[in-house]
Design a protein around this ligand. Structure first.
Ligand SMILES: *[C@@H]1O[C@H](CO)[C@@H](O)[C@H](O)[C@H]1NC(C)=O
Ligand SMILES: *[C@@H]1O[C@H](CO)[C@@H](O)[C@H](O)[C@H]1NC(C)=O
Ligand SMILES: *[C@@H]1O[C@H](CO)[C@@H](O)[C@H](O)[C@H]1NC(C)=O
Length: 528
């Protein structure tokens, strides 16, 4: 080919083009030593350009496009740290590209875009730690790639390169790992997998529902996923359904009422109910009517002892269905209701005169328990007595005044409680030998909810705040405590509810002063 002979000829032939003082030029080739810029001369038949020992730090977009006929470009021993996207655009015939002995730590994702004729590429003796995914995508003709003398970090960032090394037809030099510690000195070419899973997660806003809300509950019926949102400003329980085609939650039915504070769904065999708690006009149960695709009034709840419902909790004990309403008025009485096959009827009155804020049903060492949190005393623990079919007060959780919500969760069979307090510290407790022991305090700045939720092996806590961002914490399995993970802004958050459609996972955060926000839990591939 013409290129080879022209390189040798270039030194002897002197040509009549305006050659910069730092360069020697021939008809077909230019060599510049110690220059500071690319020669502006543009004869059509220059096919090789060498810029060595110069002080360039950056290859800008289309920097050589005035020398369209270049077949060889050598940029060794400059001070290059940056290669911009489309740096070599306008060079359709480029076959040899050498960028050796510079200071490159990486390259832009589209650095080599369009170099379909490139056969030889060398990035040897730089300081490359990682390269962006698919950097070599356009290099259809590549025969040889030299990456020697770099400092590759063989972590997630190298994952794509590891796979590419296996699939490419080009001959690639050894790609030696400089880190992490466990990989030092190994060849990326030999590896089949990297140490860690190379994924992280995030929460991104998926949808915003133009309504304030106090609580969100979810249920599944005939393979469809629904949510029931207590929306006091529209005086309704808004029922929404996941739309598999539009990929969002759409309005389905509205159960209207007055001063609705809670909507809780319970599916008993093939019957779907929504328990609607109201501050005024009593509380009611609605049943889903399959034929009309809407909810109809099913029954009133006896509420003689309930005056300010604050939370509804549904659960099953030994096959029987129950729900409990926590009452937060001074005169009220938290009450347990039981399903008798025809309706829900009051079964037991609990906890008199204590202004209960929340009820949490949980299994402790194989036995059914109920924890009631209240404004005026520490949380009390009830245990279900099988013999008299009632909850019996068993103890309390000391030093834990003024809890507004209590939620439980498990990490690898271990039982934990998340105790929400409005100001001061919310608390994380662990069930140890016969008692709950505090293991972590999380600063609360106007918190009405500290909600645990898990996606597969990742455990989170969402701590709402009325005065600043809400915090999402992520469980650190090694430290056995939660670390700050992400901040999200929600006006006056009142609940966080996990809603899963099977394929996609969402967190609904209700807001007492703004829109109800739906965040999606997404997996991020760190090797990108
Ligand atoms: C390259 O530059 C260095 C220092 O700037 C100098 O010492 C060396 O002689 C140069 N090499 C050539 C071939 O000009
Ligand atoms: C490698 O070469 C084979 C055989 O010529 C071809 O089928 C394959 O597509 C090539 N692979 C790549 C990644 O270019
Ligand atoms: C329910 O109420 C909301 C808010 O008022 C409204 O936008 C929506 O269309 C209603 N949905 C149905 C199914 O009636």
């Amino acid at each position: 080919m013409a290129l080879r002979s022209s390189i040798f000829l270039s030194f002897i032939t002197s040509v009549k083009i305006r050659c910069p003082s730092t360069c020697s030029c021939s008809k077909e080739s230019i060599i510049c030593v110690g220059g500071t810029n690319v020669p502006r001369i543009s004869p059509n038949d220059i096919n090789s350009l060498s810029l060595v020992n110069g002080t360039f730090s950056e290859i800008k977009e289309a920097m050589f496009s005035h020398m369209q006929s270049l077949q060889l470009l050598l940029l060794n021993s400059n001070s290059l740290t940056t290669i911009r996207d489309d740096a070599f655009s306008g060079l359709p015939h480029l076959e040899y590209l050498f960028i050796e002995s510079n200071q490159l730590e990486t390259a832009s994702k589209y650095s080599f875009r369009g170099l379909r004729d490139l056969t030889h590429l060398s990035l040897a003796n730089n300081k490359i730690k990682a390269l962006p995914r698919d950097l070599f995508f356009d290099l259809d003709s590549l025969i040889e790639l030299d990456l020697r003398g770099n400092a590759f970090e063989c972590d997630c960032r190298a994952k794509w390169l590891m796979s590419w090394l296996k699939s490419t037809n080009a001959t690639v030099s050894d790609v030696l790992c400089a880190g992490p510690e466990a990989m030092k000195g190994k060849r990326l070419n030999d590896m089949t997998s990297l140490h860690n899973e190379c994924t992280s997660t995030d929460f991104t806003l998926h949808q915003s529902v133009a309504s304030e809300s106090l609580s969100v509950d979810t249920f599944t019926y005939k393979n469809d996923v629904y949510v029931a949102i207590a929306a006091p400003n529209t005086e309704s329980c808004m029922v929404m359904q996941w739309d598999h085609i539009e990929m969002n939650f759409r309005t389905y039915d509205n159960i209207t009422g007055q001063s609705i504070v809670g909507c809780k769904a319970v599916v008993i065999q093939s019957l779907v109910f929504v328990i609607v708690a109201q501050l005024f006009g009593g509380s009611h149960i609605y049943q889903f009517d399959d034929d009309q695709s809407r909810f109809n009034k099913f029954q009133d709840i006896e509420v003689s002892k309930i005056s300010k419902p604050n939370d509804i909790e549904t659960f099953q004990i030994a096959g029987d269905w129950f729900f409990v309403i926590a009452d937060s008025s001074k005169a009220g009485l938290s009450t347990l209701y039981k399903w008798n096959g025809k309706g829900f009827y009051s079964h037991q009155s609990l906890h008199e005169w204590f202004r209960d804020t929340d009820a949490e049903f949980l299994d402790v060492d194989g036995k059914a328990h109920l924890i009631l949190a209240s404004r005026s005393q520490v949380p009390v623990i009830y245990q279900w007595s099988r013999s008299n079919q009632k909850f019996v007060q068993q103890g309390e959780i000391p030093n834990m005044e003024d809890v507004v919500a209590v939620k439980h969760f498990r990490v690898k069979e271990e039982l934990y409680l998340a105790m929400t307090r409005y100001i001061g510290d919310s608390k994380l407790l662990h069930w140890g030998a016969k008692q709950f022991v505090e293991i972590q305090a999380l600063p609360s700045r106007g918190s009405m909810i500290l909600q645990p939720f898990s996606f597969k092996e990742r455990h989170y806590l969402a701590l709402g705040s009325d005065y600043t961002f809400s915090q999402i914490y992520l469980w650190d399995a090694q430290e056995k405590q939660f670390e700050r993970f992400k901040e999200v802004y929600i006006q006056a958050p009142r609940s966080f509810t996990l809603v899963s459609t099977g394929r996609r996972d969402f967190i609904f955060s209700s807001s007492f002063k703004g829109n109800t926000q739906i965040f999606e839990h997404i997996i991020i591939d760190l090797s990108l």
